[in-house]
Structures are given as C-alpha cells and as structure tokens.
Design a protein around this ligand. Structure first.
Ligand SMILES: C[S@@+](CC[C@H](N)C(=O)[O-])C[C@H]1O[C@@H](n2cnc3c(N)ncnc32)[C@H](O)[C@@H]1O
Length: 314
C-alpha cells in the first residue's frame, strides 16, 4: 500500500534536465489524488522521467509497491539502469573523472571536456543500449560528467544522435554527489526502468496506479527548439497521441496528472490543450521558466496541470 513514509534518505535528480519540475513540487503536492494518502494506490508510473524530480519526491514520501519510469532518451535511461545495478562502480569512476578534472587549470579543463565528449560520441555507433554490457558504467559516468560540465546542463544531440553541447566553463561544477547516487540507487530498487515511447508503460498501469506525465513542452513559438531532447522531437501529433493514451488509462481507472506549458501565455486564443483535455480538471499555476534556448530570457508563465480527478484546490 502506498502509505506515507517518514524517514527515508533524501534522493534528488542526479542530472540537470531541461523542464525539471523541482520548482513545481508544491503545486503538484496540493493536487495529488486523495486515494494516494488513503493507501489505495500501490503503483507509480512516470513515462517521461527526464531528471526525475517528481518520481524521487513521491517515491520517498509514499511507499509504492512498484514504480515504472520510462523515457525515449537512451543515454538517460542507461544512466538510471547503471545507478540501479552498479552504483558503487559508477561512483568510483566518477570520482576519478572529477578529481582529474578539478586538478586542471581552465584551459586544460576545456581540453579534457572535449576529449571526453569526443570519446563519448565515437563510441555511439554500434553501442548496445538494449543489453547491459561492459561499456555501460563508463558511458553513464560520461553522461553525468558531461551534463555537469557542459553549457547550461543541456542534453542536446544532432540528427545523428551525437551529443554536441559546448563546454560550460563553470568554476566549481558539482559533478556528482556520492551520497545522492547511493540514495537514488536505493529508491530505484522497486522500480522498472523502460527505454522507448511513453506507450510502452501501458501494461504496468491499472486502477491502483498513479501516473504523472511531463511530456516535452509544446514550443511557445514555432522557432523554439526546446523540445529536442531526443533526435525524434515531439510534435502536436504526439501531444494528441498522448491525450488518447491519457483517455485510455482513464478508462482503466488509473489516477492521472499531466503538466505542460500553457500556449495561452503567448496567444490567448490558443486552446490546444483545453480542447484536447476538455471534460478533465484543468488548472493553471505560475511557473518560472527559461523562455528561449540560450537561457537569456526568463519569466513567469503559466503551467497547466491536468488531472482526471477533482483536486482539493477547486
Ligand atoms: C519535460 S522532460 C521531463 C522532465 C522531468 N519530469 C523532470 O522533472 O526533470 C520530457 C522528457 O520526455 C522525453 N521524451 C521525448 N519524447 C518521448 C516519447 N515519445 N516517449 C517517452 N519519452 C519521451 C525526453 O527525452 C525528456 O526527457
């Protein structure tokens, strides 16, 4: 039963990930399904896991029997799998990368970054993401290292799927935290980790499941490239496919929460999500968000929170 837990280790995201939801946790907490506190929900599923802020938070507060996390991004899912299976080896390897990096001056650090990035990209063709193998710990260490030393913590790839973010040049990057990785490994013990499209979670979801969807944002304007976490992107057709999946799971009796940016921030007449999810509970909450890809403009814009149950706030 998903009862409230008290004294668990505190795990938090181990990667910087665009669209991280740490700042919205309070708003989400106010809108969780009542069945969760009553212990009637035993499973948690998050099909667009990204940095995992919501998963870490909920899987610490509630004792779910099972969780299932999924993402289309192969490198991201590989990192979760390595932490679950080989946290100690990963921590050892990251310790070496971190001390080698920090021992260098600024110029050498930049060279070191590009050396690791080049070797990471070179190993991509033919790399087996499907089956755990000898190169996995090294690759996960490189993902975490590059994520904390690259520009803005972006995970951007070109059309061939090659990571191409430039060096960040930060003075004191917090590359990894040993205790946090240990706590993340503990939290992943009850968790199935899936790589692929969000619909691959289908069979894990029943009427005792809480599902949280945090899909790539619908771009605020057509030139924004903020949805390119993966080489495939996420189009309006995918948003519609997701709405259909939401309805299918609703019919199964699952409790569902979905968030997205509100297109009415830009164009008041753009009722894309209001139309797709008409009949469900739709709320708007203020969120601070980077508005363009180079991070130069930030501002307050609304985030949509859509649920298939009434929330306590209305
Ligand atoms: C907004 S991010 C999730 C942010 C995350 N909840 C957090 O708090 O950090 C969206 C994620 O969806 C993933 N994604 C894109 N297309 C997908 C698809 N078709 N199925 C599953 N995941 C997908 C991206 O790789 C990205 O990690």
């Amino acid at each position: 039963m998903a009862k409230q837990k008290k004294s668990d280790p505190y795990a938090k995201p181990f990667l910087k990930w665009a669209g991280g939801k740490t700042q919205l946790l309070d708003e989400f907490s106010k809108r969780l399904p009542a069945e969760l506190a009553k212990g009637k929900i035993t499973k948690y599923v998050e099909p667009f896991i990204g940095g995992g802020a919501v998963f870490f938070y909920l899987n610490q507060i509630f004792s779910f029997e099972h969780c299932c996390i999924c993402d289309a991004n192969e490198e991201l899912i590989l990192s979760y799998r390595v932490i679950k299976k080989s946290a100690k080896k990963l921590i050892d390897r990251l310790g070496i990368l971190k001390s080698e990096y920090l021992a260098k001056d600024d110029e050498e650090r930049e060279l070191y970054y590009y050396e690791i990035r080049d070797s990471f990209v070179k190993k991509l063709p033919g790399f087996t993401f499907q089956k755990y193998g000898p190169g996995w710990v090294e690759r996960a260490a490189e993902v975490i290292f590059l994520n904390h030393t690259c520009y803005n913590g972006l995970f951007r790839v070109n059309r061939k799927g090659e990571f191409n973010v430039p060096f960040g040049g930060y003075e004191n990057p917090d590359i990894f935290n040993k205790d946090n990785l240990g706590n993340v490994a503990t939290l992943l013990k009850n968790t199935q980790i899936i790589q692929g499209d969000f619909t691959r979670c289908r069979n894990y979801i029943d009427d005792q499941t809480f599902v949280y969807f945090d899909p790539p944002y619908r771009p605020l304007n057509h030139t924004s490239s903020f949805t390119s976490y993966s080489k495939n992107g996420f189009s309006d057709r995918d948003q519609k496919r997701l709405a259909d999946f939401f309805k299918e799971l609703d019919a199964k009796g699952a409790k569902i929460m979905l968030s997205n940016s509100d297109p009415r921030n830009q164009d008041f007449l753009d009722t894309f999500f209001d139309d797709l999810f008409s009949g469900y509970t739709i709320e708007r909450v203020p969120a601070r968000r980077i508005i363009n890809a180079n991070g130069a403009r930030r501002g307050n814009i609304d985030e949509l929170i859509i649920t298939n149950y009434p929330t306590g706030t209305r």
